[in-house]
Design a protein around this ligand. Structure first.
Ligand SMILES: [Zn+2]
Length: 180
């Protein structure tokens, strides 16, 4: 799937996207459009300049809650910013589908591929996908943006891409073609 020619084409795409964070920094407001597995949605401007909208952030914390246990956790503004910048690469035309946000220890223990000390336990991670976008493509764009936004973990799984605001790490669980 990720042939040399495909990688070159994607490199060109990533170069075209390189200006995204710079434009974001000058924008008056930032958007987010997310849906969770309960069918709930937040589609709103969550930030105006340097000021975050507390009501929208609260709705996002609710969206990111542990759905199995109904438990709400912390949600750092930095994670929302990263997801917003990632989404902006597609012009906010597609929702980010949240497979998993905050997790309690019990839910984490039941989750696919979850590390025992997963950053989901601290609300620092999101497992996301976008309709019609291949996960490796989503991960490559996230990788490109991460180099400008700061360190973060990026993991590619069969059904989602894991993104977090922890230390810089890359991994893949789909076996070939990307990461290590
Ligand atoms: Zn994850």
């Amino acid at each position: 799937m990720l042939s040399r020619r495909g990688l070159l084409a994607r490199s060109a795409m990533l170069l075209a996207l390189a200006d995204v964070p710079a434009r974001a920094a000058t924008g008056a407001s930032r958007q987010i459009w997310m849906q969770n597995r309960a069918g709930e949605e937040v589609r709103a401007a969550y930030r105006h300049g340097e000021t975050y909208d507390a009501a929208v952030l609260q709705r996002l914390r609710h969206l990111f809650r542990d759905l199995h246990e109904g438990t709400q956790g912390p949600l750092p503004e930095m994670l929302v910013d990263m997801l917003s910048v990632l989404q902006e690469a597609w012009g906010y035309a597609l929702p980010l589908l949240l497979n998993s946000g905050f997790r309690t220890p019990r839910t984490n223990a039941m989750s696919e591929g979850a590390a025992p000390a997963s950053l989901h336990l601290r609300g620092l991670a999101a497992d996301v996908s976008m309709p019609g976008i291949d996960h490796p493509d989503l991960a490559l764009v996230a990788l490109s943006l991460s180099e400008r936004l700061g360190f973060m973990g990026i993991g590619v799984y069969p059904r989602f891409v894991h993104l977090d605001v922890g230390p810089s790490r890359r991994w893949t669980r789909i076996g070939r073609g990307w990461g290590r």
